[in-house]
Design a protein around this ligand. Structure first.
Ligand SMILES: Nc1nc2c(ncn2[C@@H]2O[C@H](COP(=O)(O)OP(=O)(O)OP(=O)(O)O)[C@@H](O)[C@H]2O)c(=O)[nH]1
Length: 335
């Protein structure tokens, strides 16, 4: 098989966005010995769009950044690349620049109406027609395949990440941001929260499933707008959502979840009026994902049993022996 076809086949064998990106960079490098390729991630910081190198060719190897996108000092503001800024504003496919670095071709990667990344190819000589055809073909395959991948990772109703994607995201985040007991409880850490709409069955029963769906979409939108870009939000099915909060102290996590609870409580849902959510959360460390979800779930059930519309932290409940009491109570009920 020709190298380009082999690389295209290899590209579409990946089910992971980062590996796919690395594979695309490696495919584009086939354009020539002097070609340099970078995949730039687009992030919003202080209401401004930035591009930061996420994967790039470094001589023989392809390197992937280990830095947090928002903290990356190599990020460059989109306004500093006016050709690309104009292209993105117009929803375009490519932009070019010729300067002391050579000929640069940028190709934004669109996901729906949003450009979330950009491929950058630089070489000393002008791009030939053949090179342009190959590069735009690879770019198109990449973009289409990434849309498919993204579609398979999302819940169809709310557009949030689905249950299936949770384990992989969890492992990736906890690997990059694991809690260290030596840093103490005030150190930034990772938290897992389970958010459940209170008495959601009543919404369906009183107003019908379509209104129930509308509530789920509006709650999902609130979740998206209230958490930061590095946090991850999942719909676990039904009226249950899971949030992975990253790099937050316990106080910050508590505050963010409380903010969510208040936002939902005070939102007037069309026709339905007011609803509330109960939230249980736990540190996302010290166990397998299923154990951590189990802890957050216990805190959630405690919140449900004690009046709903509240945020409960697993460790607080253990410290006050509230969860132990519940286990003892369940045992009494069982026998
Ligand atoms: N509209 C709609 N309803 C759903 C969906 N998935 C699950 N449900 C409904 O969500 C409701 C969940 O109800 P329960 O688990 O009994 O709990 P609840 O009424 O929210 O009460 P508490 O959790 O105890 O506060 C059920 O009526 C399900 O039919 C969905 O995608 N759309």
């Amino acid at each position: 098989m020709k190298p380009l076809l082999r690389n295209l086949a290899e590209m579409t064998a990946h089910r992971d966005h980062l590996r796919l990106e690395v594979s695309v960079v490696s495919t584009l490098l086939l354009q020539g010995r002097e070609t340099r390729v970078r995949a730039l991630e687009m992030v919003t910081r202080d209401a401004e769009t930035w591009l930061r190198p996420r994967s790039w060719s470094d001589g023989e190897r392809i390197v992937t950044s280990e830095l947090e996108a928002l903290d990356d000092p190599a990020a460059i503001a989109l306004r500093c690349l006016p050709e690309l800024a104009r292209c993105i504003a117009a929803g375009g496919k490519s932009a070019e620049r010729i300067d002391e670095h050579g000929h640069t071709l940028w190709m934004p990667v669109w996901l729906g109406e949003r450009a979330h990344a950009c491929l950058e190819i630089t070489q000393p000589k002008a791009f030939t027609r053949h090179q342009r055809d190959v590069v735009s073909g690879v770019h198109l395959v990449y973009q289409n395949y990434q849309s498919l991948l993204d579609y398979s990772e999302r819940d169809a109703l709310t557009g949030l990440l689905n249950r299936k994607t949770f384990d992989e995201q969890f492992t990736r985040q906890s690997g990059a941001d694991s809690w260290d007991a030596r840093h103490g409880p005030d150190a930034p850490s990772q938290w897992l929260a389970v958010v459940d709409i209170d008495h959601f069955k009543r919404v369906n029963d009183q107003f019908g499933h379509l209104y129930g769906d509308e509530v789920l979409i509006l709650v999902a939108n609130q979740l998206r707008s209230l958490f930061r870009a590095q946090d991850r939000i999942f719909r676990f099915g039904g009226e249950e959502f899971v949030v992975l909060l990253r790099s937050a102290t316990l106080a910050q996590a508590r505050q963010a979840l409380e903010r969510l609870r208040v936002a939902i409580e005070s939102h007037a849902f069309p026709q339905i009026g007011h609803i509330s959510v109960s939230i249980g959360f736990a540190g996302a460390y010290g166990g397998a994902p299923v154990e951590i979800i189990g802890r957050a779930d216990q805190a959630l059930y405690f919140a449900k049993e004690h009046g709903r519309n509240q945020v409960r932290y697993y460790e607080d409940l253990v410290a006050s022996a509230s969860l132990k009491q519940k286990v003892a109570h369940d045992e009494v009920e069982l026998f």
